[in-house]
Every structure is written in structure tokens, then in C-alpha cells.
Design a protein around this ligand. Structure first.
Ligand code: ZN
Length: 132
């Protein structure tokens, strides 16, 4: 194992340790609950992706279930015949700011992506109708 992958593992495993009990930040799914289909798991999802921009840093990640993660990458996810909408970067930024405020660093994120959108409350999921 290289130094780099050790560091990666500890950033991500610490993050899982801290947040897995919470479940998916978007839809609230937790391990052990019945799911519409498998495989289903909780995954570290990067706010900013792409070559040279994806960072192994707690400020750059949120926790999503497998299917919300696919939606964040623009993959087509169908549940009971219905196509679920894409989860946008603006929505992911809102989740980072509202769920994990102490690690929300918009200025730092802008060094990775200059045209960062404004954070926007998710249209679906557990925070869609929450007051804020
Ligand atoms: Zn989810």
C-alpha cells in the first residue's frame, strides 16, 4: 500500500465512521433498511470531480447512497418505472453546508471550480420541505 492510498483510506474511513449512522444525506437511506433494489450502500461522493480536481479532503466530500450517487453523476436511475431527477452540484453544496457546516469551505471549493453554483435546497429527498 502506498502512502497516498493510506491517506485516502483514512480520510474516507474517518468520514464513514462519523456519518454512516446518519445515512444518505440526500434521501436518508440507512444500511440495514429494506431498499428498492440492490446493491445499495453508503458511498463517499465528491462535490468536484474530474482529473486533477477531485480531492481527498473532508471539505470535498458528502455521503450518498449508491443510487443517489449515480444520480449525482447524471446516470439514469429508475424506480418503479419512474426516472429520478439528477442531483445537482448546487444541491450537493447545500447538503454540505447544512449537514456538515464545519467542513463547508466555499472559498476552497472555488479553487477547484471557479464557476461554483450557489447552494440550493434539494428538490427531492429528506430536506426538500424542511424549513431553512
Ligand atoms: Zn440516497
Amino acid at each position: 500500500m502506498t502512502k497516498r492510498s493510506k491517506r485516502t483510506n483514512s480520510v474516507y474511513s474517518d468520514f464513514h465512521y462519523e456519518w454512516d449512522y446518519w445515512g444518505c444525506w440526500y434521501c436518508g437511506w440507512k444500511r440495514g433498511r429494506c431498499a428498492p433494489f440492490y446493491p445499495y450502500d453508503l458511498e463517499v461522493a465528491h462535490l468536484i470531480g474530474g482529473r486533477g480536481r477531485r480531492k481527498e479532503d473532508v471539505r470535498a466530500i458528502i455521503l450518498l447512497c449508491t443510487w443517489c450517487h449515480k444520480r449525482a453523476h447524471g446516470e439514469r436511475v429508475v424506480v418503479r418505472g419512474k426516472v429520478l431527477p439528477r442531483i445537482t452540484l448546487a444541491e450537493m453544496l447545500w447538503l454540505k453546508r447544512n449537514v456538515d457546516f464545519s467542513n463547508y469551505d466555499r472559498a476552497w471549493l472555488r479553487t477547484l471550480k471557479r464557476d461554483l453554483p450557489r447552494a440550493r435546497r434539494p428538490k427531492g429527498g429528506i430536506y426538500a420541505s424542511a424549513r431553512n
